[in-house]
Design a protein. Structure first.
Length: 95
């Protein structure tokens, strides 16, 4: 059980790092409103599919389910994405 919790924590850390870079990209490219949100969702889905493919689409030994790999942390880390997105959008396009 401890190994599953550790793997989940590491997956969340990786997703948070990816969300920061996605926010930077969305801000620099000037995405606004639904474009930015759609970019975040699609990029997180892509990252989740890459993680699942790296595990051979079998989550059992490392995670509790495949859904956890593909979709965990997207909503909870959404505010991190928005913070970075708005900050870089303002730096590049407003200031």
């Amino acid at each position: 059980m401890e190994a599953l919790a550790l793997n989940t924590m590491k997956l969340t850390t990786c997703r948070t790092t990816c969300l920061v870079f996605e926010g930077i990209i969305a801000g620099i490219f000037g995405m606004s409103a639904l474009q930015g949100i759609a970019f975040m969702v699609l990029a997180q889905l892509f990252v989740g599919i890459i993680y699942a493919a790296a595990l051979g689409f079998k989550a059992e030994p490392y995670f509790s389910s495949l859904t956890q790999i593909v979709a965990s942390g997207v909503v909870t880390n959404g505010m991190t994405f928005m913070l970075v997105w708005v900050t870089f959008y303002n730096i590049v396009h407003i200031l």
